[in-house]
Design a protein around this ligand. Structure first.
Ligand SMILES: Cc1cc2nc3c(=O)[nH]c(=O)nc-3n(C[C@H](O)[C@H](O)[C@H](O)COP(=O)(O)OP(=O)(O)OC[C@H]3O[C@@H](n4cnc5c(N)ncnc54)[C@H](O)[C@@H]3O)c2cc1C
Length: 382
């Protein structure tokens, strides 16, 4: 693991940005969400509103539709949103980084501005029924035809919000003979292409976040491939490393708000909360401080020009533990959430259970830490 000094750049510059953002937020409050509006639709409206003020893609170069500032400026905006309990900036940073690194100049200029503005909504087509943790074992196949285009067949699973998306970052095998890690390519799949079927799945909590994606003789052109043939594996690893990174401080500020609420409840109900629960609140506060330190460290690394890598697995494990402990504790302190109508804490509690699965399971993060950070000898399954 690297040891980058914590350098947070010019505080005056950031103070100015924070001030400008607060002023903008005062004139552009969070829009109302009608009871029947699906969450992704509401978040998309919020995304567009933030973009209209220039608050999306602050660290993306200007020629690709961003503001050409730094990760620290983006973090500052995220932090302000989280501290207000507002939804964060749209979670597209990891897709943008994959495009910045692997896309051609033409793809970056064409796709990034529309991604940042919300004109194009993307989803991520990596997992399959037989390939989640073992992503390299995917079987979706893009056969290259002599004319130069590809014909794709296969199935993707758990594709979040594909039914609200127009484009999918798709991984498919392009060579059946080569080793798995060099035989996967990445494509930009328009979801209205003939042969694509998107079928939403209803989860136990009533949400239809997940989708199945069926691909039957779908034609993709060569210019729709992102990177070279065989670049799909490093592209996927870049994407998930950014996805697992602790850089987005918006959710940390949200944890901070809940910890403060727990602290107040402990004071108000002095003597009635069991000691075990008070210790749990203390542990949540410690988890939070550790995560904040990690977010600072990742920000400093990014400012030093370092890309996200396997150390993101440490962040993902810490975040999972912190989030699950926090919402479990909150439900014990506020049992009315569980037995009453069920508010935000209950919804967040349910979603926190998925944290040890999405973006790669906790077991897989431990394997990555063992293998790539600690260099431990590993068995054939890892
Ligand atoms: C909320 C949510 C959103 C998601 N969104 C998307 C999305 O948008 N796009 C997408 O492509 N995917 C998405 N996923 C899928 C997610 O990436 C996979 O669920 C995850 O990678 C695990 O794969 P799996 O479900 O097939 O489980 P499996 O890989 O079948 O794993 C089952 C169990 O075996 C364990 N295991 C497997 N292999 C090993 C090993 N080598 N060592 C130790 N333990 C092992 C796992 O840890 C797990 O406990 C999402 C998942 C969730 C929960």
């Amino acid at each position: 693991m690297t040891d980058t000094p914590l350098d947070f750049g010019d505080p005056e510059d950031l103070e100015r940005l924070r001030h400008d953002f607060r002023a903008w937020l005062a004139g552009h409050p969070l829009p109302e969400r009608p009871a029947d509006e699906p969450l992704p639709v509401f978040l998309h409206r919020w995304h567009r509103q933030l973009h209209s003020g220039g608050w999306v893609g602050l660290d993306v170069p200007e020629q690709y539709g961003g503001r050409g500032l730094t990760a620290l400026h983006q973090v500052t905006v995220s932090d302000e949103l989280g501290a207000r309990g507002a939804p964060g900036v749209p979670r597209i940073g990891y897709l943008a980084h994959a495009l910045l690194r692997f896309g051609s100049e033409e793809q970056r200029r064409r796709l990034l501005p529309r991604m940042l503005s919300g004109d194009d909504v993307w989803c991520q087509g990596f997992s399959e029924p037989g390939a989640g943790s073992d992503l390299a074992g995917m079987s979706t196949y893009a056969e290259r035809r002599p004319e130069g285009h590809y014909i794709v067949n296969g199935q993707k699973l758990w594709t979040s919000y594909a039914q609200y998306s127009g484009l999918c970052l798709l991984l498919a095998r392009t060579d059946r003979a080569a080793p798995a890690h060099t035989s996967i390519s990445a494509f930009l799949l328009p979801l209205d292409r003939p042969g694509v079927t998107v079928r939403p799945l209803r989860a136990a909590n009533g949400d239809d976040e997940f989708c199945e994606l069926f691909l039957d003789d779908v034609r993709l052109e060569e210019f729709e491939r992102i990177g070279a043939e065989g670049d799909g594996w490093p592209l996927a690893m870049t994407t998930v490393a950014y996805e697992r990174n602790a850089l987005d401080t918006g959710h940390l500020s949200k944890y901070g708000l809940l910890i403060e609420r727990l602290r107040r409840a402990a004071h108000e109900r002095r003597g009635t909360l069991p000691d075990g629960l008070l210790s749990d609140i203390g542990r949540c506060a410690v988890d939070y401080q550790v995560l904040v330190a990690h977010a600072r460290r990742r920000t400093a690394e990014r400012l030093a020009g370092q890309s996200a890598g396997p150390e993101s697995s440490v962040d993902k494990l810490l975040m999972t533990r912190a989030e699950q402990r926090l919402y479990e504790t909150a439900l014990k302190v506020f049992p009315e959430e569980l037995y009453g109508e069920g508010g935000e804490v209950l919804g967040d509690y349910f979603y926190s259970r998925a944290a040890s699965v999405y973006g790669g399971t906790s077991q897989i993060q431990r394997n990555i830490i063992a293998k790539r950070l600690l260099g431990l000898p590993v068995g054939p399954r890892a």
